[in-house]
Write a protein that binds this ligand. Structure first.
Ligand SMILES: *Cc1c(COP(=O)(O)O)cnc(C)c1O
Length: 512
């Protein structure tokens, strides 16, 4: 049987000038989607409100994982069915950072306000690459507020990015262009670029070395400087290293200070780094991924003294700021230098003084992205709806909870504190022979129990249980639950190891 010929061939190759109707993605009946949408909203608000009733995290069953390896869906599915797949197979197997028992990594908890704002932003579907529309002004408002937080001048510029990894990379690129001039963007690093060196402490985040790699310097061009027992950069060792490198013909250009290291929450002496960079003529960048927002707490702000002297600051509103993912941010003191690193002319991005193509410079002049979402809206809602005083108090409270955890550890003979508690991160372990193995097992046991989610880190080769308290929902009871779980699983794990050791001892001696 012959198939009916496609319509194009009927009209001998010319396209039908009248498009078929109803090819839009809009629903036929808006009331249906409205009802389902209201249900989704109610469900998600319940999810956040009742989060304590859920395990913090649970392993994904193989059957559930397998459901997400299907063929490309060519035909439409009922939206209600798709939504059910979301509620049944995605929601129960999330990371758990919304849950107050999540302390594994430095993850923010999000908020109901941020969630609603994210929905509004999706409805508006704004593209913040540029042009003259109000969402750009909202982002500029956050830039202004961030400038005020850190005492930066009006000439400073800023931009939302995915996270601090990207912000640190962009800061390296801005510092590079400042050091080598704009021609580096045409000619590449060349011979001058090959001798540029950057500095950070051995406790700095891995994304800084990665940034040096991606920027073309190679990660070896990042010279890591030793830290003191509080994991703060040794400023005198840094000074000596810079002098030695200069003597060897290298060209130091950048120092990255940490405002809150990821393993134990150390803050470098930012004032000393700032002064050193001014003396040496180096770009001073601060990785303030989570710690920089400590500036909102009158109690913590003095610890960040010197950050106002930075040339650039990378930070995440999605960590201590509790803005839903993702909301990274880069602030650059000299807005012209910032633009020098990224602005590029293009005919289709021509600027006007009136009309929608006005309002230059655009965010696309300040980073690698052209199309960009409206991250600023959820941040604007969060800052306005809660106010910085409340956000600062929430931040300070996570540090108080860390001190409470520290006190509980010091009071338990079976537990050992592994690093000084300086901010909101606590590293400790269960005392046992083969402590690294036992503590690694304890952490996984606790994660699988759903009671809490700690993580691990290595401190001088010793494995530590790491609790990073970032979530505004975390309370004293969650800390107590973590302690109980460590003691319980610790006792289990060490007794099962004792059995094993015993068995080994009881086995008959080998031939003499
Ligand atoms: C989280 C973190 C980063 C990386 O930030 P992302 O937002 O995850 O890209 C960098 N530095 C420090 C100190 C961090 O805590």
């Amino acid at each position: 049987m012959l198939r009916e010929a496609p319509p194009q061939s009927k009209s001998s190759g010319t396209l039908d000038p009248k498009p078929t109707p109803s090819e839009t993605l809009d629903p036929k009946d808006w009331d249906d989607i409205r009802a389902l949408g209201h249900r989704m909203l109610d469900d998600m608000i319940d999810y956040v409100a009742d989060i304590r009733e859920r395990p913090v995290w649970q392993p994904i069953p193989d059957g559930v994982r397998a459901r997400f390896h299907t063929a490309l869906p060519r035909a439409a599915s009922d939206l209600g069915e798709v939504y059910r797949e979301f509620t049944d197979f995605i929601v129960p197997y999330a990371t758990g950072n919304v849950h107050p028992g999540f302390m594994g990594w430095v993850h923010g908890g999000g908020s109901a306000v941020g969630m609603l704002a994210e929905m509004l932003a999706a409805g508006l579907n704004a593209n913040l690459g540029g042009r003259d529309h109000m969402p750009i002004e909202v982002e500029r408002q956050i830039v202004e507020w961030t400038r005020q937080m850190f005492g930066f001048p009006d000439s400073a510029s800023g931009i939302f990015v995915t996270g601090t990894s990207m912000a640190n990379l962009m800061a390296v690129l801005v510092a590079r262009t400042a050091a080598l001039g704009r021609s580096v963007r045409h000619h590449g690093l060349g011979g001058d670029g090959a001798v540029l060196t950057a500095y950070a402490s051995t406790a700095s985040h891995g994304c800084i070395s990665k940034a040096m790699d991606i920027a073309g310097f190679g990660s070896d061009a990042l010279h890591c400087v030793q830290v003191d027992r509080y994991h703060r950069i040794d400023v005198e060792a840094l000074r000596a290293k810079i002098a030695l490198d200069r003597w060897a013909g290298l060209k130091p250009f950048l120092v990255v200070g940490s405002a809150g290291t990821v393993d134990i929450g150390a803050i470098d002496d930012l004032a000393a780094l700032s002064a050193l960079c001014r003396e040496e003529g180096l770009w001073f960048h601060v990785d303030g991924a989570f710690g920089a927002l400590g500036i909102l707490s009158p109690e913590l702000a003095p610890r960040l003294a010197g950050i106002e002297g930075a040339d650039s600051i990378a930070l995440d509103f999605h960590k201590w700021g509790q803005v839903p993912y993702d909301a990274g941010f880069l602030l650059v003191r000299d807005g012209v230098r910032h633009r020098d690193a990224f602005a590029a002319p293009a005919a289709y991005l021509r600027r006007e003084i009136r009309g929608l193509a006005a309002n230059s410079p655009w965010p696309c002049d300040l980073g690698p992205d052209l199309s960009r979402g409206f991250r600023a809206l959820k941040t604007w809602f969060t800052l306005k709806a809660y106010g910085t005083e409340k956000l600062g108090a929430v931040i300070a409270r996570t540090c108080a909870l860390a001190r409470y955890l520290e006190a509980r550890i010091l009071a338990e003979p079976q537990l050992e504190l592994m690093a000084p508690v300086q901010l909101n991160i606590v590293c400790f372990r269960y005392r046992a022979p083969e402590a690294n193995e036992v503590n690694g097992d304890i952490v996984i046991d606790i994660q699988e129990s759903g009671v809490a989610v700690p993580s691990t880190t290595l401190l001088g080769g010793e494995l530590a249980i790491r609790a990073a308290i970032v979530n505004h929902r975390t309370d004293v009871g969650d800390i107590d639950a973590l302690i109980s779980a460590v003691l319980e699983f610790g006792a289990q794990r060490s007794s099962s190891r004792d059995d094993r050791v015993l068995q080994v001892e009881q086995s008959p001696p080998l031939a003499m």
